[in-house]
Ligand binder design. Structure first.
Ligand code: SF4
Ligand code: SF4
Length: 449
């Protein structure tokens, strides 16, 4: 363990190179969650028994919220079933039994999308089902709407107080160690550079952002991206991805703006800086120009027997993806996401959803059980907390239900990065304490309103 006493975060090794992206064939049966991220679930617009083709809209959200859902395989809609998410919620999912034909819808292409109004472009992104991944996975259209919404009103004049989006930062490397889907995509971005440029310009047209930043790991070789940035006067920021969590959205926002962002309530995007992953920007281009919705995603797998980056259709069973990665033996623990920010799940019989960026697998002999001994007050957690919180105190407030004290100590500013848990010699479940505390405070607030 390498902890600098003068910087935030921790030093972690990353996988050497991501390798090529392997394609997973469309599954015979796709299970598609109506809930995509933290927004409201989409309302089905098809009936059981209907036949669908790839890209066809299956469910829609009201304007301004959520994202539409589309068929990821062609076949027949056979059922609505309950899907149990690892965070304990149960949502409805749509089941498609594939016909093996993989027939695609052919939406009308718009070769000049930048002529469209910002409102029209935003609607295309929402209808295309584009999601922003991050500490809170959300419809990209909703995130942009929140980022651009007024911050209040001046009572003296009645005029709105705006906080414009000044920066868009496009992230080309994964923030969580051992996930490398973004790095793999960046290695092979060559012929997609024009799409990337279009996606950036669509986002700039919607938000009016003044400055675009490409955020890269300092080990990535990207001549095509450097040229694109040069030609368009985009800034290039290279960070050391082994300094975790320097590639997280709050840290990137701080690096590009030079200001400490307000991280409360996971709303970094309301600080005038939109941090988006490269795959989200490419999906934006496809939604705006080709009207092509999101039906597949990249997923990074890391296990004791196999690892790789795969592109799979949404709704594909995770077990199929893990088996393609070469994992055969019994698995002791499944984490959806990376080792630092992922969430454990009890099964691989779960479909690929837009929220899942990776699968981390542990053998039985690799599992460290949390011991949750009492805090010994060593202070290591405060030294590594990137937000400069006092995690030891916060965890105790949450452990002993002192919710008000936790809130006063800025619990909601915690970005759940896991650095404190990583260094804690008492093996305390720090992030779980923080998440439980936030959840208790939010439910109390809801019941009081
Ligand atoms: S308190 Fe929150 S932000 Fe600070 S190190 Fe722990 S998990 Fe990260
Ligand atoms: S690292 Fe663990 S033991 Fe040390 S102060 Fe923080 S919570 Fe307490």
């Amino acid at each position: 363990m390498d902890i600098s006493f003068f910087r935030r975060g921790i030093k972690l090794s990353r996988r050497a190179r991501p390798g090529k992206i392997e394609q997973i064939p469309p599954p015979g049966r796709a299970v598609l969650s109506l809930q995509q991220g933290s927004g409201p679930p989409a309302e089905p617009s098809i009936e059981i028994g209907e036949t669908v083709i790839v890209g066809q809209t299956l469910a829609q959200c009201a304007s301004g919220s959520g994202a539409d859902l589309h068929a990821s395989i062609s076949g027949e809609v056979t059922a609505f079933e309950d899907l149990h998410f690892p965070n304990g919620t149960t949502v409805k999912a749509l089941v498609i039994e594939g016909d093996g034909k993989d027939t695609w819808a052919e939406p009308e292409r718009d070769d000049k999308p930048l002529i469209a109004s910002p409102g029209e472009l935003l609607e295309r992104i929402r209808r295309g089902g584009v999601i922003r991944q991050g500490s809170e996975t959300k419809s990209l259209a909703e995130v942009i709407g929140e980022a651009m919404s007024p911050r209040g009103y001046l009572s003296s004049t009645g005029s709105t107080v705006a906080k414009p989006v000044r920066h868009i930062a496009v992230r080309f490397a994964d923030q969580d160690p051992h996930l490398d889907a973004l790095a793999a995509m960046t290695e092979t971005i060559g012929d997609k550079t024009a799409d990337l440029d279009l996606g950036v310009k669509v986002l700039a047209s919607i938000t009016g952002a003044e400055q675009i930043h490409f955020v890269l790991d300092n080990k990535q070789e990207t001549p095509g991206l450097d040229k694109l940035a040069d030609d368009n006067d985009y800034a290039v920021l290279r960070l050391d991805a082994t300094n975790y969590p320097d590639l997280s959205s709050p840290m990137v926002a701080r690096a590009v703006s030079g200001k400490e962002p307000d991280t409360a309530f996971k709303r970094v995007h309301e600080n005038g800086i939109l941090v988006l992953d490269v795959d989200t920007v490419l999906e934006t281009a496809l939604a705006a120009r080709d009207r092509r919705p999101v039906v597949s995603k990249l997923i990074s797998v890391n296990g004791p027997e196999g690892a790789g980056v795969f592109e799979a259709r949404l709704g594909t069973p995770l077990a199929d993806i893990v088996s393609a990665a070469g994992q055969k033996k019994e698995i002791g623990k499944v984490v959806l996401g990376g080792p630092m920010k992922g969430i454990a799940h009890h099964t691989l019989e779960f479909p690929l959803t837009k929220e899942i960026s990776g699968i981390t697998l542990f053998g039985r002999d690799q599992i460290d059980m949390a011991v949750n001994d009492p805090c010994v007050g060593c202070g290591l957690c405060s030294m590594v907390c990137p937000i400069r919180l006092t995690p030891g105190m916060l965890s105790r407030y949450c452990e002993f239900s002192s919710w008000d004290l936790a809130q006063e100590a800025h619990l909601f500013s915690c970005i759940e990065c896991g650095c404190c848990a990583y260094v804690c010699p008492a093996g305390r479940s720090m992030v779980q304490f923080m998440v439980q505390g936030k959840s208790e405070l939010l439910s109390t607030r809801r019941s009081e309103s």
